[in-house]
Design a binder for this molecule. Structure first.
Ligand code: ITT
Length: 182
């Protein structure tokens, strides 16, 4: 089966494509769409999917993700893309200087527009590193997921999928697609 993934972020596309390749051909629709300013990723993703519903062939999905840092009351959360582009990893580490409580959660919400709208949610609890470590993209070099023996997403390579918020939401989507086609 074919399913379209609407995103302007190639890193996200590559991660999702490699995880879904077993069950679906993922077609990249590289367009920007409006994102509302809302407190939850679910609201943002639902608004975007409804905006796209008569513009993109179904089934299609989009993904909204964000990093929620406890000591910063959930910042940057739904504003992660903007915050990464403005202050980046150095800026986040500066905000966290001298802060010993470093718990944070990465969240991912996939909105699939099939006959109707379905949401698939994944989260990855962990900690903000003390310094930049490893490659990857976005906040990968400063996020240490629980269970990774202290390695950041950026140091895990493709093993990131085992621990990541997106790995978890995509596995929910994958289960749905398998059931739908059986
Ligand atoms: P689209 O909305 O076009 O899909 P985007 O990059 O704007 O692409 P989001 O609005 O979901 O995506 O922003 C999430 C931001 O959070 C993203 O740009 C990264 O800076 C960060 N982020 C999300 N998931 C990440 C991951 O797995 N690793 C590193 N950073 C991540």
């Amino acid at each position: 089966m074919k399913v379209r993934f609407v995103t302007s972020n190639e890193h996200k596309f590559q991660e999702v494509k490699r995880m879904l390749s077993r069950v679906a051909e993922v077609i990249w629709v590289n367009i920007e769409y409006p994102e509302v300013q809302a407190a939850s990723l679910e609201e943002v993703a639902t608004f975007s999917a409804r905006w796209l519903e008569d513009k993109v062939e179904r089934p299609f999905f989009l993904e909204d993700s964000g990093l929620f840092i406890e000591a910063l009351n959930g910042f940057p959360g739904p504003f992660s893309s903007y915050v990464f582009r403005t202050i980046g990893n150095e800026g986040i580490l500066k905000l966290m200087q001298g802060v010993s409580h470093r718990r944070a959660t990465f969240k991912s919400v996939i909105a699939l527009m099939d006959r109707e709208l379905h949401l698939f949610v994944g989260s990855s609890p962990g900690e903000i590193a003390e310094e930049i470590r490893g490659g990857g993209w976005g906040f990968d070099p400063i996020f240490i997921p629980d269970g990774s023996n202290g390695l950041t997403f950026g140091e895990l390579g493709e093993r990131k999928d085992e621990f990541s918020h997106r790995g978890r939401s995509v596995r929910e989507l994958l289960n749905y697609l398998v059931r739908r086609n059986s």
